[in-house]
Design a protein around this ligand. Structure first.
Ligand SMILES: Nc1ncnc2c1ncn2[C@@H]1O[C@H](COP(=O)(O)OP(=O)(O)OP(=O)(O)O)[C@@H](O)[C@H]1O
Ligand code: SF4
Ligand SMILES: [Mg+2]
Length: 356
């Protein structure tokens, strides 16, 4: 039997903003296999959540297709689409907003079980709710069953949200900043819970985070896709991206991590951006949209021609200069000071903050 993959093929999403339209996601292609992790990283507004919603079937892309098991989900009949929606669950960033405040933990987990006929009778439902709470490390389950969201900590609420996603036995989970609302101290434990679901249940993840350090931890055996203004600018195996980042933007993201992580520190190079400002989607720069910030910018090329993702050194990179230097057999040019304007590095406040 062919693997049941979830594939985004050249998806584009445009939104109307007043009389104009903005392109929040621009020709993004990703394929996730069962048990595989793809981390989507990038600064605020780069299109991560929009891409996640498209993958989960909550948004129909303006162009491109989403295929599940080889079938275009937007061509499925009603019943098949419902099966898809069950198979691909999304965990939203804010469990406060996604959990009903007047429902107990039991209500929250029992409702989908009963709605989808996954358990028969009260006793079976209660048993399954116990199992789910144990799976997400809310133990002993009886201590949590009758609690309301406001009686739980942020981490516990996020675990309930994960358990709810698991009620329908999904094959894929879109986890949108699933650990960013919790304290650093419990983040690792929550990430380990998610990892166990991947390893034990074979769940595939589209793991969205603005934090490359978390992507490294959760997705080391998987891949990272770096997004900038709606486009994927570098995608490849996590060790390659972390150890030998190629795109100037990936290098800037890595350089912004102040953590004493030896891998991340080793691959950090002094990279000074020409500007901290992220351009508006209403006014995307021509050519390479990163060019107003890029220290390797070359006039006449970078501000004119959009770089396409090109296979290179075990990953794909969208950068004219990196591709040219690679083709010439040269190492990546040093990302030295900018060629004008204020030279600066990305700071945590620009959207990449390891502490979330
Ligand atoms: N329904 C919408 N209507 C108009 N614009 C939207 C809509 N949803 C998202 N956008 C815009 O699309 C862009 C991408 O948004 P998105 O939420 O996908 O980014 P993100 O990478 O998840 O950001 P963050 O890290 O802040 O969560 C933003 O500029 C946002 O304002
Ligand atoms: S194409 Fe040019 S502006 Fe864009 S990332 Fe590469 S060097 Fe920088
Ligand atoms: Mg988001």
């Amino acid at each position: 039997m062919p693997e049941l993959q979830l594939a985004l093929d050249q998806v584009t999403q445009e939104f109307r903003v007043g009389r104009r339209s903005v392109r929040a996601v621009d020709h993004v292609s990703l394929t996730i296999a069962p048990g595989q992790v793809i981390c989507l990283v990038g600064e605020s507004g780069s299109g991560k959540t929009t891409t996640g919603k498209i993958a989960a079937g909550l948004l129909k892309p303006t162009a491109g297709s989403v295929r599940f098991g080889g079938q275009d989900i937007w061509q499925l009949d009603h019943d098949a689409f419902r099966r898809f929606r069950r198979a691909v669950q999304i965990i939203h960033q804010d469990p406060y907003a996604s959990l009903n405040p007047v429902h107990t933990v039991y209500d929250t987990l029992a409702a989908p079980l009963q709605h989808h006929g996954l358990t028969r009778g009260q006793a079976a439902t209660l048993r399954r709710v116990h199992e789910l709470l144990t799976l997400v490390d809310l133990t002993p389950p009886e201590n949590f069953l009758w609690k309301y969201p406001h009686q739980l900590s942020g981490g516990q609420r996020q675990r309930v949200a994960i358990a709810r996603a698991l009620t329908v036995q999904p094959q894929f989970i879109v986890a949108d900043e699933a650990t960013s609302m919790v304290d650093v101290s419990i983040r690792v434990s929550l990430l380990n819970t998610l990892r166990r679901l991947r390893d034990d249940l074979g769940v595939g993840f589209l793991f969205i985070t603005h934090d490359l350090a978390i992507a490294k931890y959760f997705g080391w055996e998987g891949s990272i896709a770096v997004m900038y203004l709606g486009r994927v600018v570098e995608i490849g195996p996590t060790p390659a991206l972390i150890n030998t980042p190629q795109h100037p933007y990936t290098r800037a993201l890595l350089a912004a991590i102040p953590e004493p992580d030896p891998d991340l520190t080793r691959s950090k190079q002094k990279l000074q951006l020409r500007s901290l400002d992220i351009p508006s989607l209403l006014n995307i720069p021509p050519g390479c949209s990163f060019h107003p910030r890029c220290p390797l910018f070359e006039a006449g090329l970078c501000d004119t021609i959009v770089p396409e993702l090109t296979p290179l050194d075990g990953r794909r990179v969208a950068c004219h200069i990196v591709a040219r230097e690679h083709a010439n057999g040269h190492a990546l040019p040093p990302a030295a000071a900018g060629t004008g304007g204020e030279s600066t590095a990305l700071s945590p406040s620009s959207g990449l903050n390891p502490s979330g």
